[in-house]
Design a binder for this molecule. Sequence first.
Ligand SMILES: *Cc1c(COP(=O)(O)O)cnc(C)c1O
Length: 470
Amino acid sequence: MDKNNLFRRIPKVDILLEEGKVLDLIQDYGLSYVTDKVREAVEEIREEIKLLSPSEENREDEILRRIDHIEDAIAEHVEQGIELKLRPVLNGTGTILHTNLGRAPLSHKISTELATLLSSYSNLEYNLEEGKRGERYSHMKEMICKITGAEDAMVVNNNASSVLLILSTLAKGGEVIVSRGELIEIGGKFRIPDVCAQSDAEMVEIGTTNKTHLSDYQEAITENTKAFLKVHTSNYCIMGFTESVEAKDLKSLSLEHNIPIIEDLGSGVLLPLEKYGIRHEPMVQEAIESGVDVVCFSGDKLLGGPQAGIIIGKKKYIDAMKKNPLTRALRIDKFTVAALSMTLREYLHMEGIEERIPVLKMLSEPLSSIKERAESLCNLFRDNRLPGDCTVRACTSQVGGGSLPDTYMDSFAVSFHPHKISVPELEKRLHFTKEPLIGRVMEDDFWIDLRTIREEELERVVESFQEALE
Ligand SMILES: *Cc1c(COP(=O)(O)O)cnc(C)c1O
């Protein structure tokens, strides 16, 4: 084999830059970008020739063919170069609020409406009635207050920011009393003691891991006490011999000593989950009703909206927070204002809300309807003759996102065992398809939990499998 001959057959870069197809690319993407991509395509073929071993004589023709079609390779490089790294994926894990997969998906209605708003200017910080500067929180304040019963509201980047802003506004330089049973780590190194330290508030721990009494709060009060902090232990649970003090029982102590109660609820549940057969999760409305002065929760957990930290409560505290310079650093952008307003609007009338908020839809879907979808997927796999065995199987899904850790929901999955490749190989290949699919590997099968796959995604699941099994 004459490698030099092959090398010589590769056209020069400046010649390629004058080819018709490449000229079109230059028109669309500019000379310097396309030149880079031409070099990449040429280099790719050179590398391949370099690596050819004498026993691969028969690959000469294939290489020559590729040289003849080098414009196609260039076009591919151009496209790959501008392909977004953040892409939609199919969630076959069954975990509804998968933090690694972006937590809550928004509804089609909301995404469509968002698109219209984002391509134009908006009255984000402009008060149309008065014709002067407005406030970005004003668009949501009324709705949040109406839904939760709170006096005032504001929104920051995420709920971790809420806790930081609240403590650094209300407890800076003073003491904040927290039960040892509530000193949680949320994930990503976000721990309650660290947030207190960051906010320059001295944390006063009371009680024990499993039991904290009202008297523990009472005995810890000093003239430096700035707040009681309650943290909903949303991502773990203690069972058995336990006792904690609820906000409503703390209220008289709070009033007597003029110490505000702060409650970090984690997930912002706005409706009773027991109607979906899930255990009661403290609701935002209940916290306000029981007299908590400042409540915070996430926008993209069980609320089903965009990433955000919603802070509600007494107007005087919210006003103080708005004046804190941290607020500017933690502020939300117009995407969040828009998406959160649209999500909250759905909560203004609760009837049939499961149909309008995807997270609630997945949470409340009857088992029989998940099973039907699993059967449809299995049939599609068979109709398309995918090389492998597929079976509809019972499984369990979780809520995820650090919510309801002890709740396992019955669900249905399709388990697939490929004939020609291994299960780990299938899993890997599914990550590189046009629309990547994330699932679970169990018992040497690949499982797709249908709770988090919608009807209109079924065809796309099949396409991803076809691509992976090619
Ligand atoms: C999830 C959670 C947070 C953090 O919320 P993010 O929106 O993820 O920043 C804070 N506190 C509790 C109790 C949580 O469960």
